[in-house]
Design a protein around this ligand. Structure first.
Ligand code: PEP
Ligand code: MN
Length: 337
């Protein structure tokens, strides 16, 4: 349920209303925008007499919300959420580029890639330390040591870092990580979602391999219901019958999500296609569809990469993509951040 408050209300009236709602055992999400003030009610709203609320002086309108996700719902929060991370912004009219290797392989590798990514316009450095691999015999990532190397690259370049968490037991190790990634395979690991929710740290929530948009938003809701509203969604392709590509990029999810939610939406064209040569066209298509950013796998030696070399582009190709994005951004009213 949302309560739209009259523009000329007095603060005291609003405070009283919020107090009354909380007294009914419900949570309140207050959204104060330029044109409207909205109270989003979270919990079992059947206890609320909608006609009574509608008759209050301060109330302009009351609506029940049909969707199961509330805090992530655009109706609760009409204005775009902008997530601030280490002085940078993701969401709204900002366009953010996260880039780096699939996995951190050595100090030399991560620092060399970080420097090039930064020079060519990347805003955030990615790199996997804990890798979710289909085979237990495949490279599992450098784990704790990988995190240390990523932090070193952050220190050297000043770039905020993004890396995937696979277990709630690792949360303390992620203290200095700027943006915690929940990978596709963990999108519905609800205990993990709750734990990262409790940290209050920005979370990059990737779409599950075969999950609907509604299921994805419910996962965002898990994080948000712990009080952490710093959630960024990442479309990374879904499983279809098509086998030429690793996954199928669901481009329509981008404009659709922008209707359904106020959370920022970025795209990972690398995992979506699995093919380096498709990364540029899919990146530009994502800009055109209204994405708030991209996450791209970049490697300085893709042929010898320990993970996902086939879909990794070289730094110089990354530069070409960023240059083309810069040409497109004014057309979609965004600026690179
Ligand atoms: C990744 O970003 O390294 C990754 C494993 O992606 P996904 O969870 O989307 O497969
Ligand atoms: Mn990868």
């Amino acid at each position: 349920m949302i309560i739209i408050v009259k523009q000329n209300h007095e603060q005291k009236q609003l405070d009283n209303l919020i107090k009354w709602i909380k007294g009914q055992g419900l949570g309140v999400d207050l959204s104060v925008g330029e044109n409207s003030t909205i109270l989003g009610l979270v919990g079992d709203t059947t206890v609320i007499d909608i006609d009574l609320v509608r008759s209050l002086d301060i109330v302009e309108n009351v609506k029940r919300i049909g969707e199961p996700y509330k805090l992530a719902n655009r109706k609760f929060h009409p204005e775009d959420t902008i997530v601030e991370i280490a002085g940078r912004k993701i969401g709204g009219d900002n366009f953010s580029i996260i880039a780096g290797p699939c996995s951190i392989e050595s100090e030399k590798q991560i620092i060399a890639i970080a420097e090039e990514v930064k020079a060519y316009g990347g805003g955030f450095l990615r790199g996997g330390a804990y890798k979710p691999r289909t085979s237990p015999y495949a490279f599992q990532g450098l784990r704790e040591n990988g995190l240390k190397l990523l932090l070193k690259a952050k220190e050297e370049t000043g770039m905020p870092i993004v890396t995937e968490i696979m277990s709630a037991s690792h949360i303390d190790l992620f203290r200095d990580v700027d943006l915690i990634q929940i990978g596709a395979r963990n999108m519905q690991n609800f205990e993990l979602l709750k734990e990262v929710g409790k940290t209050g740290k920005p979370v990059l929530l990737k779409r599950g391999l075969a999950n609907t948009i509604e299921e994805w938003l419910m996962s965002a809701e898990y994080i948000m219901s712990e009080g952490n509203h710093n959630v960024i969604l990442c479309e990374r392709g879904i499983r279809t019958f098509e086998s030429y590509t690793r996954n199928t990029l669901d481009l329509s999810a981008i404009p659709l999500l922008k209707e359904l939610t106020h959370l920022p939406v970025i795209v990972d064209p690398s995992h979506a296609s699995g093919l380096a040569r498709l990364v540029k066209p899919l990146s530009l298509a994502s800009v055109g569809a209204g994405a708030h950013g991209l996450m791209i796998e970049v490697h300085n030696d893709p042929i010898h990469a320990l993970c996902d070399g086939k879909q990794s582009i070289k730094p110089i190709e990354f530069k070409e993509i960023v240059d083309s994005i810069d040409v497109m951004l004014p057309l979609v009213d965004k600026k690179r951040n």
